[in-house]
Design a protein around this ligand. Structure first.
Ligand code: ZN
Length: 58
């Protein structure tokens, strides 16, 4: 089952729960595309290959 492969899905900020805005920066790696999206609360959401892998800033 590979139904969850849609591109452009939104990610919720782990800090405030708001949906992240469009990625400000995208880097391609061997593991997939790493995207950095800035949240309204000031955090940076880091997503890799469609999964949230971390958050930076505050
Ligand atoms: Zn946030």
């Amino acid at each position: 089952m590979t139904a969850n492969t849609s591109v452009g899905q939104q990610f919720a900020c782990p800090s405030c729960g708001r949906p992240a805005s469009a990625p400000a920066s995208i880097h391609r790696t061997s593991e997939g595309s790493v995207r950095y999206s800035r949240c309204e609360c000031g955090r940076w959401l880091v997503t890799l290959a469609g999964r949230v892998v971390g958050a930076a800033g505050r």
